[in-house]
Design a protein around this ligand. Structure first.
Ligand code: CO
Length: 305
């Protein structure tokens, strides 16, 4: 999943090698599931079928989804997941699949674009090439400004624009969007990457304005802060969503009794936050590519390859 700029969370510290092995296992699982899911993305197939496959395959392989399977079409960049009764099927769309798995809270995050339009191959290549360029320069000591600049340069070379207000991010235990922010454009100041930092790099390329804004559809939420609520339906729902810890969850994963009422109540009380879908400001088409990497002294290890 991608980050809207500007949030700060603390990073957990534990036995480094043990933790990295959990990240690697999550990465291996999510990469296998991504490859299987890509073969399912075909015209006429239900989006819901792919999302449910991804989430159950992650569980069958011994991990948990780190967030709902995001399936974002065309001008939608991110934060789109099917509703429980979603009847949409794939057409000749530019399809972004963004999936995450965690083992014991340690998250691997990866995304791929499938071009069912057969007309947007270069748009897809632009984000893939930008991702490769970023990965090539990542090592201990590199600044996130250099990474962002490399991503922007490659996407512009292809004749497209990077999405300026979506970025890659660090990963921490049960935190899908931890510092540092990895921008998709060159910036004046940044953060120096350290050995064993785990970061998700996710360039977005568009033929539109290069910016996303929030749409009205919401199917994804996460817990912000559990606190007492009076409405019984909200209290019951809070019990249910605690099991996702602070990770994003889908509305379709929840029991449907008084669900809209309870969600509104919890959001108004500041207990949960919503993730509205993010759409390109000029309704341009968007491609995305994403890998999670472990920063090393002289390079980086891609755990979702
Ligand atoms: Co991400």
């Amino acid at each position: 999943m991608s980050e809207e700029s500007g949030k700060e969370v603390l990073r957990d510290e534990e036995g480094v090698e043990e933790v990295l092995m959990k990240y690697r296992e999550a990465g291996k699982i999510v990469a296998e599931v991504r490859e299987q899911a890509v073969t399912m993305v075909k015209e006429g197939v239900l989006l819901l079928e792919v999302a449910e496959f991804v989430e159950s395959a992650i569980r069958e392989k011994g991990a948990e989804p780190a967030f709902p399977c995001n399936i974002s079409l065309n001008e939608v960049a991110a934060h789109s997941t099917p509703a429980h009764d979603d009847k949409r099927v794939f057409g000749n769309d530019v399809v972004k699949l963004d999936i995450g798995a965690h083992i014991d809270g340690y998250i691997a995050d990866t995304a791929v674009t499938v071009d069912l339009s057969d007309e947007n191959g270069r748009l897809v290549e632009a984000s893939e090439a930008a991702l490769r360029a970023a990965i090539e320069i990542i090592h201990e000591g590199v600044s996130t400004t250099e990474v962002g600049a490399a991503i922007e340069r490659v996407i512009r070379e292809y004749g497209f624009r990077p999405i300026v207000n979506l970025s890659g991010h660090g990963l921490a235990r049960y935190v899908a969007h931890a510092p540092p922010t990895i921008p998709n454009v060159g910036q004046r100041s940044g953060v120096t990457l350290k050995e064993n930092d785990v970061v998700a790099i996710e360039p977005f390329a568009t033929n539109g304005a290069g910016k996303v804004s929030e749409g009205s559809i919401v199917e994804i939420y996460s817990l912000v802060k559990a606190k007492p609520v009076r409405l019984p339906a909200a209290r019951k729902l809070l019990e249910e969503i605690r099991k996702y810890n602070t990770l994003p969850f889908a509305k379709r994963w929840l029991p449907r009794v008084q669900l809209d009422l309870a969600l509104r109540n919890l959001e108004a009380a500041g207990v949960i936050r919503s993730y509205p879908i993010l759409r390109e400001a000029a309704r341009g088409l968007i491609s995305q590519a994403e890998h999670t990497v472990i920063v090393k002294k002289d390079g980086c290890e891609i755990i979702t390859a």
